[in-house]
Design a protein around this ligand. Structure first.
Ligand code: UTP
Length: 291
């Protein structure tokens, strides 16, 4: 029997975004634009592509801009309509398809990614769900990364799926690293998860990146997860506990990831998108070539 399709996706967006200060004093990191669309739009598009109809944003009290962005902009929309600017109007109205609803949950304190995911429990309830960290922007011409993962999970009886990517060996101490046994070209059964191991003790160079398909059981495990490094409740600790109960798969997605949580990643993503845009691709190429 195949497991239910993924309907709910959680976006933990309550972090402080210190690497983009001072901009993030007032602009949520997820609202930083890559070309003309904020990071959160790319993440939402990927969730919708995966079939989600309920988007759960775990925010903090300063991040009203994300709710405003997906809300109706009455004044702007009527001005654009009056002026006959139909293309712009469609763009403003197209941030979210009509069948998709947004739910906002507050994380009262930044107590870590695991705690942020736990805050979504009352909305997610007892069904498998996706998690997208919007600062990992994953671009793919075909199906998005989360859709690839959701399809794999359905084929594998609802197994938890964690996106991984090969990273340079000298960078293992920046990521959660998995030790996994290959099942197919892209999927592997996880044996062990190690948080930020030094390169000489890392079991592999397969790093966890910001996409997860998780069973609801993870909430119970998060509840009993003790704060780890920096006093934060880590999602990887709860995943380790999940591994003791059932199989969890690592999945090497098709697509290119840009780590937009740091400045260089955001610059790379912006250049990449500029080179996809027929109106500015040639001029961008010329500018970059002349640097
Ligand atoms: P990061 O580790 O990138 O932290 O969080 P950050 O605060 O966003 O950014 P820096 O490092 O200070 O620049 C990874 C993801 O987890 C979310 C963040 O919003 C981001 O999507 N997060 C983190 C929460 O929602 N709550 C937390 O308590 C911590």
């Amino acid at each position: 029997m195949s497991s239910p399709r993924l309907r709910k996706v959680v976006f933990p967006v309550a972090g402080l975004g210190t690497r983009f200060l001072p901009a993030t004093k007032v602009v949520a990191k997820e609202m930083l634009p890559v070309l003309d669309r904020p990071l959160i739009q790319y993440a939402v598009d990927e969730a919708v592509d995966a079939g989600a109809d309920t988007l759960v944003f775990v925010t903090n009290r300063y991040k009203h801009a994300i709710a405003d962005y997906f809300d109706k902009a009455y004044e702007l929309e009527s001005k654009l309509a009056e002026a006959g600017k139909t293309e712009l109007l469609a763009m403003v109205q197209g941030t979210l398809p009509p069948h998709v609803r947004c739910v906002f949950v507050t994380q009262p304190e930044a107590r870590g990614l695991g705690h942020a995911v736990l805050c979504a429990r009352p909305v997610v309830g007892d069904e498998p769900f996706g998690v997208i960290l919007p600062d990992d922007l994953i671009w793919n011409e075909g199906p998005g990364a989360l859709r690839q993962m959701s399809e794999l999970s359905q084929r594998e009886n609802g197994a938890g799926i964690i996106a991984v990517e090969e990273v340079p060996h000298d960078q293992t101490d920046k990521y959660g690293i998995v030790d996994a046994t290959a099942l197919s070209e892209r999927a592997a059964k996880i044996n062990l998860v190690v948080e930020k191991p030094k390169p000489d003790v890392a079991p592999s160079n397969l790093a966890i990146v910001g996409r997860y398909v998780l069973p609801a059981r993870i909430f119970g495990l998060l509840e009993s997860t003790q704060p780890g490094a920096g006093g934060e409740i880590q999602l990887t600790d709860a995943i380790e506990a999940l591994l003791a109960e059932r199989s969890v798969l690592a999945y090497r997605f098709a697509g290119t990831r840009f780590d937009c949580g740091n400045k260089l990643g955001l610059v790379k993503a912006t250049l990449h998108m500029a080179l996809q845009d027929p109106q500015i691709a040639a001029a961008t190429r010329e500018f970059v070539g002349g640097l």
